[in-house]
Design a protein around this ligand. Structure first.
Ligand SMILES: [Zn+2]
Length: 160
């Protein structure tokens, strides 16, 4: 059974970026969901910035790995430089994280990715990986969030 929409593109996965996301996943602070997620963003200079989910006892204040990674990229002044992202995650098990299906970003993270893609001027690839095994699902940001909310929507609001 799979709950991941199958829209794989015919392009190679950036396995080094997935590995960086996997390393970040190992630093997830996820005592409540017990679901660890790591994310990594590759910048145009080849460097990689990572993030891990960062939960809070209030639950609602928890931050997703993708958002942490993109905010870190922005803090480095490089929001326009993202060329690819990788996301990986799985249930926290006794010996590592478990999950055979690629995970995909939540809706909020998709909107944040859409903002980064707009600033970067590129519909960058998002490599979605499973915690265990080789399963990958490759998307572009526009695949993950077609019809994203955009500045055009704000402009319509301003004219009212
Ligand atoms: Zn998210």
């Amino acid at each position: 059974m799979t709950n991941v929409p199958q829209n794989p593109r015919e392009e190679a996965c950036d396995e080094m970026l997935v590995s960086a996301a996997r390393e970040a996943m190992n630093h997830a602070y996820a005592p409540y969901s017990r679901f660890a997620v790591g994310a990594a963003a590759r910048l145009s200079d080849g460097s990689i910035v990572t993030g891990a989910n960062f939960e809070n006892i209030s639950y609602g204040l928890s931050l997703c790995a993708e958002t942490v990674a993109i905010a870190s990229v922005n803090a480095a002044g490089a929001l326009a430089d993202i060329v690819a992202m990788a996301v990986i995650g799985g249930a926290v098990g006794k010996e590592g994280n478990d999950g055979n299906e690629p995970i995909t970003p939540c809706g909020r993270c998709r909107q944040i990715m859409a903002e980064a893609a707009r600033v970067a001027g590129r519909d960058f690839p998002v490599y979605c990986a499973a915690s265990d095994g080789p399963a990958r699902a490759l998307y572009r940001v526009s695949d993950l969030l077609p019809h994203a909310f955009s500045a055009a929507g704000l402009a319509r609001g301003d004219s009212m």
